[in-house]
Ligand binder design. Structure first.
Ligand code: AMP
Ligand code: MG
Length: 339
């Protein structure tokens, strides 16, 4: 009797531990497709997914550049110098300011007036005159903003300055989502926020998640990466660009030193690290830096992230630390593990 009771209890325990429900949700927010797959007990995963959607919609209402009630809309469309901010906006400004300094301006949320002039916000693309670019560049000194902590105030030092979080918003949204999942007791989840991948824990079977790095030239992924408790975020020139009348390709990632789309030998930069905000900021920043500076930056910043860089010559450069988790699926012209 005792033995069968023990067996029954063991069976119930085993069954309970295997019975995590797989819940999926997908929606459009921040101009992108977002999908969450999470595994949890009872209705916990479903409830967490619903909360994620709600919180991301709230975030979008705060940091969108087009929604009139957002903090960024107010900052961008008035000549006031002082604004009272929502905590998310203040946090993003503080964090991006640190990364702006650390990357020597490669990440610069104040480039918005320049990016707009080139038509990347409306898709009415044009190549502005050099004089116009110079004029707009004078508005892009991001060091000229101040955030006062106590009452979350932003002070702009240049009228006409405009900000956007296009380079970091999706990564930050991923961090918020992971926080909600953890608070909800979820131990295993996969997020795809417009190609930004963030995973919580491992797959329910205890194995790492396997995610693909997009092939910039189309077709199947050109590499697979094993991940747990981390994010993998890519910036690529192929994602958004236009061909100018001069036949050149102009991409959506900008160099704040020239006020023009980045022109270098890179096709994509993928960052693998713990924080979505940091990974998103760095994928854009390292793309702007170009190969040599990007690798120097990685070495001098304590290697607190991993990277995969694909060049236009079909070469791959990656941090050697990834060797055990990276599988190459493409016939690269050359492969360079770096340390
Ligand atoms: P991502 O796809 O994360 O690399 O972000 C690119 C988006 O960030 C662009 O569509 C622009 O809205 C904005 N952006 C472009 N260049 C920069 C830059 N150097 N610093 C900050 N934001 C940028
Ligand atoms: Mg980015």
């Amino acid at each position: 009797m005792k033995k069968s009771f023990f067996l029954l209890s063991a069976f119930i325990l085993l069954f309970a531990s295997c019975s995590d429900v797989n819940e999926q949700i997908s929606f459009t927010a921040m101009n992108t497709y977002m999908a969450v797959r999470s595994y949890g007990k009872g209705s916990s995963a479903k409830a967490a997914n619903a909360r994620i959607k709600e919180e991301i919609e709230k975030l979008e209402n705060i940091i969108s550049v087009t929604k009139e009630e957002s903090d960024l809309y107010k900052i961008n469309n008035s000549n006031l110098q002082t604004f009272t901010l929502q905590p998310d906006t203040a946090f993003l400004l503080e964090e991006t300011k640190k990364i702006y300094e650390k990357t020597d301006g490669a990440l610069n949320p104040a480039l918005y007036p320049v990016i707009k002039e080139w038509g990347f916000t409306t898709e009415n693309y044009k190549i502005p005159s050099e004089e116009r670019i110079r004029e707009l560049l004078s508005l892009t000194d991001f060091s000229k903003i101040e955030i006062s902590k106590e009452n979350l105030l932003l002070i702009k030092k240049t009228s006409g300055m405009q900000l956007d979080f296009g380079a970091v918003g999706k990564g930050y949204a991923g961090d918020l989502a992971v926080k909600i999942l953890k608070e909800s007791g979820i131990k295993s989840a996969l997020l795809d926020f417009g190609g930004n991948i963030q995973v919580l824990g491992t797959k329910p079977d205890g194995k790492d998640w396997t995610v693909g790095i997009k092939n910039p030239w189309g077709g199947e992924p050109l590499a697979a990466v094993k991940l747990s408790d981390s994010c993998m975020i890519t910036s690529g020139g192929y994602e958004r660009f236009f061909i100018g009348e001069d036949g050149k390709r102009y991409i959506h990632i900008f160099d704040g030193k020239t006020g023009s789309p980045v022109e270098n030998n890179l096709e994509s930069v993928t960052i693998i690290c713990k924080s979505g905000l940091y990974g998103d900021a760095l994928s854009t920043s390292l793309f702007v830096m170009g190969l040599d500076k990007a690798v120097d930056f990685w070495r001098s910043s304590g290697r607190d992230f991993d990277f995969v860089i694909i060049t236009k010559d079909k070469e791959i450069f990656y941090s050697k630390n990834l060797e055990d988790s990276l599988t190459l699926l493409f016939d690269f012209a050359a492969r360079y593990p770096l340390e």
